[in-house]
Design a protein around this ligand. Structure first.
Ligand code: SAM
Length: 243
């Protein structure tokens, strides 16, 4: 018997989830940044600024930006002098990121195709590990958290920003109708891809609520796990330390 996992609202085999998540991001890669602005009304920029302010990247430190996609978070950390490795399972997302980096004159970034569940980096390689809007797409989340812990140095910081469903009743209803009706339609018009955006909405709804994910971070070995929910938990910044 195989253990089925959720791909959005569908139950599929783990390998199929990884493959279909790959198809989603290959399909949206070229329109990803524009769609982020349209779907969040530009809010994702503020959330990412706030996230990086929490990470406090220092000049010269080694940071792994996992599921880094087209480089949005990595660019913000590189601006502060950190040496950032952008890793993602999807080569198409990284390709768009490399082109953006070139246009913006960021030369010091390393780009690497990696599965968050099984990293090629040696133990204790990084001062900080960041993952933004990435972990809900990973098939084996506890496995990815253990890998994050392994590749961090002692004293290393773990930071994750992720969506979930909000527990503010009025806001949550408003968000649900935006997510169900507007996002897939915008995806259809702008990216000619309704299905991928439907998956993104479903994956947000299925991601564990902040207290549950906080416990998963602790179970992976991180100490002082913390969760800073915004908009009633629609977006949460999680953190933890490796000692
Ligand atoms: N962090 C970027 C940002 O905030 O703009 C990109 C986020 S995008 C919503 C999610 C990313 O997770 C995609 O680039 C996707 O390829 C990546 N991803 C999904 N599963 C992954 C895995 N198992 N390992 C590494 N990256 C993964």
């Amino acid at each position: 018997m195989t253990n089925k996992v959720n791909f959005g609202d569908e139950l599929v085999d783990p390998e199929e989830k990884t493959r279909r998540v790959g198809e989603v991001f290959s399909s949206v890669a070229r329109r990803y940044d524009l769609m982020n602005d349209l779907m969040s009304g530009g809010l994702h920029r503020l959330w990412k600024d706030r996230f990086v302010a929490r990470v406090k990247p220092r000049p010269g430190e080694q940071i792994l930006d996992m599921a880094g996609g087209t480089g949005d978070v990595a660019f913000r950390m590189a601006k502060r002098g950190a040496l950032v490795t952008v890793a993602d399972i999807n080569a198409d997302m990284l390709e768009v990121g490399k082109e953006r980096a070139e246009r913006r004159g960021f030369t010091g970034l390393a780009w690497k195709v990696e599965n968050a569940e099984k990293l090629s980096f040696a133990d204790a390689s990084f001062d900080a590990y960041t993952i933004v809007f990435g972990i809900r797409n990973v098939t084996d989340i506890p496995g990815a958290l253990r890998e994050a812990h392994r590749v961090l140095k002692r004293g290393g910081r773990f930071y994750c920003m992720e969506f979930s469903s909000s527990d503010w009743p009025g806001f949550s209803r408003l968000y649900d109708s935006w997510a169900d009706k507007v996002i897939p339609r915008v995806g259809k018009v702008v990216a000619d891809d309704e299905e991928s955006y439907r998956y993104l909405v479903e994956s947000i709804r299925r991601f564990p609520r902040p207290p549950v994910f906080k416990k998963m971070v602790a179970d992976a070995g991180f100490v002082r796990p913390a969760a800073e929910p915004m908009l009633g938990g629609l977006v949460t910044i999680h953190s933890g330390w490796k000692i």
